[in-house]
Write a protein that binds this ligand. Structure first.
Ligand SMILES: Cc1ncc(COP(=O)(O)O)c(C=O)c1O
Length: 462
């Protein structure tokens, strides 16, 4: 029997159908034994808790399957047999290596190894406590004072991870009433720190300081404190920001400036003192200098350098420092010797600059797209699609060069690339051979490109 439309908008017929459905479901459920119901519930739970059902995991597996189809080996997590400098051994083969952060070629230097070994003899392999309680060792302050002096600021604190240094420092200094503005190519550790702080976060287009000024004009008055974060030398594009202009902006808008020197310490400036030396500005004009020990200093960990007050505050309250174990003596001792070597041997800094410049000059000659790289330790060769970057990396590997692809989502799909880390240890011949091989291999990949797209399309459709 058909009835008129009810107040809930369903027609009488629809309501009858709905009720019948509900009754049928109840009856079916009643008919099921509790064990059957439990089995259904368990199956649902298993799916919900299966990591393999997570969307990013499925996406990763699809990418891997596509790469397998194309015969591309997994370039990640390859195991290296010894010290990975300008040369490295993978399996039983030696490669020219452009994937190491050992910018000044100090990993394995006899003085660095000796320092680490004698620190182990003296302190063991762990300091076994947070520095606040029982983990402090003299080598920690030696390294921190050495870094502060080298950088030309009042003090410094080292933490056990570069990534965690950024997360805890930004997460701790800023709060929900504040604003963090960072470059679009900033490292993940900065964005994670900003997220943790609860501050309003905004990204300005890469190195676009006009856009930064516009954002500050619109947003400054709504925030209590403002932090601007840039990198000394960008790890993806290998270029640097205009520090004098950033200083004038941050003064005008009453903001703090933080510079992450992971890739510029030991690289920029005539004596490797980084971005401030490169632009010839007083380092004390920047509130927060950050750097890692994992690149030029051949260790593991990060530092914050700046005013005595900032460092004291972080040492007494930043969770990632306070509630984390102190840096092992061997790591601190090795980093301190690397710092001494950097100071004593500025020719290493000159060499990395020459090498970086040589790489980009030759790459340009060969028609490669190196983006805005300034020709220091980071030189991208931008290829376009992720598949092409992965194929190019594989061809380089086959030809005896280890250089890894950076693909979507780490960079936009259109700007997938091979990233070359140039070091002071590379020889002219290694650079020339690598650039030439890259140009030849890229031409082959491009030639095969349209066929490849067709092949992928066909496989996906079938
Ligand atoms: C710009 C930048 N900041 C911070 C980090 C994190 O440093 P670490 O790898 O020493 O933890 C990296 C890592 O490569 C980086 O490139």
């Amino acid at each position: 029997m058909s009835r008129g439309r009810g107040i809930d908008g369903l027609s009488g017929t629809d309501k009858d159908k709905l009720l019948a459905g509900v009754r049928a479901t109840r009856k079916a459920a009643k008919g099921r034994r509790p064990t059957e119901l439990a089995a259904v519930r368990d199956a649902k739970r298993r799916t919900a808790f299966d990591f393999g059902e997570l969307q990013p995991v499925r996406q990763m597996r699809m990418q891997r399957a596509a790469a397998d189809l194309l015969g591309i080996e997994n370039p990640y997590f390859r195991s290296h047999a010894g010290i990975a400098g300008n040369r490295t051994t993978i399996g039983n083969r030696e490669y020219i290596n452009f994937s190491s952060y050992d910018y000044l070629g100090l990993n394995g230097h006899p003085a660095v190894i000796d320092a680490a070994k004698s620190a182990i003899d003296q302190y063991g392999v762990s300091v076994s406590a947070s520095r606040l309680v029982a983990g402090e060792r003299p080598i920690h302050r030696d390294l921190e004072r050495g870094l502060a002096e080298f950088l030309g600021v009042e003090d410094c604190v080292v933490m056990v991870s570069g990534h965690a240094t950024n997360v805890t420092t930004i997460g701790h200094l800023l709060g929900p009433k504040d604003l963090v503005l960072y470059d679009a190519l900033i490292h993940n550790s900065i964005t994670e720190g900003a997220r943790l702080s609860g501050a309003t976060r905004r990204m300005f287009p890469h190195n676009d300081l006009d856009a930064l000024e516009d954002m500050l004009t619109q947003m400054r008055d709504r925030a209590e404190r403002v932090l601007i974060v840039v990198e000394g030398l960008y790890s993806m594009d290998g270029d640097m920001p205009d520090l004098p202009r950033l200083l004038s902006i941050k003064r005008r808008f009453d903001a703090w400036l933080m510079v992450d020197e992971a890739h510029s310490l030991g690289v920029l400036g005539a004596t490797g003192r980084g971005l401030a030396e490169h632009w010839d500005v007083d380092p004390n004009e920047v509130e927060i200098w950050m750097g890692t020990l994992s690149k030029t200093l051949c260790g593991c960990g990060g530092y914050i350098a700046g005013s005595t007050t900032l460092i004291e505050y972080l040492k007494l309250s930043a969770p990632g420092f306070l509630y984390s174990v102190g840096m092992p003596g061997a790591v601190a001792a090795a980093a301190k010797v690397c710092l001494d070597l950097l100071e004593r041997e500025p020719e290493r800094v000159a060499r990395i600059r020459e090498n970086g410049h040589r790489f980009v000059a030759r790459a340009r000659e060969r028609g490669l797209d190196i983006g805005p790289s300034a020709g220091y330790c980071v030189v991208p060769v931008i290829v376009g699609e992720s598949v092409s970057a992965a194929l190019l990396s594989q061809r380089l590997h086959d030809g005896g060069v280890n250089a890894l692809p950076i693909i979507f989502p780490a960079v936009a799909e259109r700007s997938a690339r091979i990233r070359f880390f140039v070091t002071a240890a590379h020889t002219d011949e290694e650079i020339d051979t690598t650039v030439d091989l890259t140009a030849e291999a890229l031409a082959e990949v491009r030639a095969a490109g349209s066929q490849l797209k067709k092949l992928v399309g066909d496989r996906v459709r079938s």
